[in-house]
Design a binder for this molecule. Structure first.
Ligand code: NAP
Length: 352
């Protein structure tokens, strides 16, 4: 049986701030039959993840493209792979049968074809399917960015003072919640008054500020951290990283998760005041969450109970329809999302 498959592509490489006009919707015939002798799985996509790192895959050149197979360059006109949840419609792969929910590498399209690479059968364990795109997705790695970045890289202790940037985003909000549950003093920054309110009132941060309203980030951080910062979880880079380093305590730790302010504006690349790093013996560590897959069971045991008992909140921001993928993606760079940005591709969810 053949259907038409709609999918989103880039028209050309994107080297600056992404615009919706950089993307187009393509339609092609798509067979729902799997060729004999192959191990292909055909998936109807239900939810897909929208992530900032994809912009680096769309550039003419980015150092990230050669660093990891997950970050390989995206060619104009080609299917864009992305994490998500779908349902198997046909399979010759022994690990999957028709009707299985799957989670892993699918695509920004209505249907995906997979060889089973970074794909696993999904048992929703009583949670909505969308949770498995973001927080609980064993291959989306949102859990890993937050969990391993905070616990393995920052090695936090109860009572320490923690600063998180892009704190209402998918990774940042979780880091803040882990830190609060551990008994740390936590301050986050975000780009709107509503986000600041949410961090303080819904997620229980000790403090939060709108970085877009601050004219001197250095003195802002001095105000929120009169006794200095022990841990900075960096999602932003640029001036925020510089200001955080200036306010770190001796033996402070910085987890470099992402530098979103630098992804679309190369002018933001800054040379840090390295004397600060030396004299304060600061540890700055970049990390790639894919290196920590073995910690997934540890993450599950540390998190699922918190979700069930309400000690942790899930922040999701779900748009509907494949056509909304470009605006959802572009919106990440303007701060339009609150929490994990996801697009629901199909209403045929099976869980409703
Ligand atoms: P996200 O925070 O859900 O979405 C992006 C948010 O970043 C926006 O909502 C916006 O919030 C903020 N932002 C946008 N432009 C900014 C700027 N110029 N300066 C400061 N903040 C800005 O995204 P995420 O998925 O959680 O990712 C967070 C970071 O982690 C990204 O840098 C991402 O690339 C990185 N990451 C790292 C790994 C890894 O393995 N190390 C893996 C995946 C992602 P505001 O309203 O607050 O501005």
């Amino acid at each position: 049986m053949e259907v038409t498959n709609k999918f989103i592509v880039i028209k050309a490489k994107i080297d600056g701030e992404p615009q919706q006009s950089d993307f187009e919707l393509k339609t092609e015939p798509f067979s729902l039959m799997v060729n004999q002798g192959s191990e292909d799985v055909i998936i109807k996509n239900l939810y897909v993840s929208i992530d900032p790192y994809q912009i680096n895959r769309m550039k003419t050149v980015s150092s990230s493209q050669k660093a990891s197979e997950f970050a390989m360059q995206i060619a104009p006109g080609e299917v864009i792979d992305a994490y998500g949840v779908g349902m198997v419609v046909a399979s010759r792969n022994p690990k999957f049968v028709k009707g299985d929910y799957v989670v892993g590498l699918i695509s920004w399209g209505e249907y995906s074809i997979s060889k089973g690479f970074i794909l696993s059968k999904l048992d929703p364990v009583g949670f909505p399917l969308s949770y498995h795109v973001g927080l609980l997705g064993n291959s989306s790695l949102i859990w890993a960015h937050a969990f391993v970045g905070f616990f393995e890289v920052c090695k936090p202790k109860k009572g320490e003072k923690v600063f998180v940037s892009a704190a209402s985003g998918s990774v940042g909000n979780l880091v803040g919640q882990y830190a609060k549950n551990l008994g740390c003093y936590v301050v986050g920054c975000a780009g709107s008054p509503n986000k600041v309110k949410l961090l303080k009132e819904k997620l229980g941060f000790d403090g939060a500020f709108n970085y877009k309203e601050e004219t001197d980030l250095n003195s802002t951080l001095e105000r929120y951290f009169p006794d200095g910062i022990d841990i900075y979880f960096d999602n932003a880079g640029g001036e925020m990283l510089e200001a955080a380093i200036s306010n770190m305590n001796l033996y402070g730790r910085v987890a470099l998760c992402g530098v979103i302010s630098e992804y679309i504006d190369v002018e933001k690349h800054k040379t840090l005041n390295l004397l600060n790093v030396i004299y304060k013996r600061i540890m700055i560590q970049g990390f790639l969450s894919g290196d920590y897959m073995h910690l997934f069971p540890k993450f599950v045991s540390a998190t699922v109970d918190h979700l069930r008992t309400g000690k942790m909140q899930v922040l999701e921001d779900i748009s509907t329809g494949l056509e909304s993928v470009p605006s959802a993606f572009v919106g990440l760079f303007h701060g339009y999302n609150v929490g994990k940005k996801i697009v629901r591709i199909s209403d045929d969810l099976g869980d409703e």
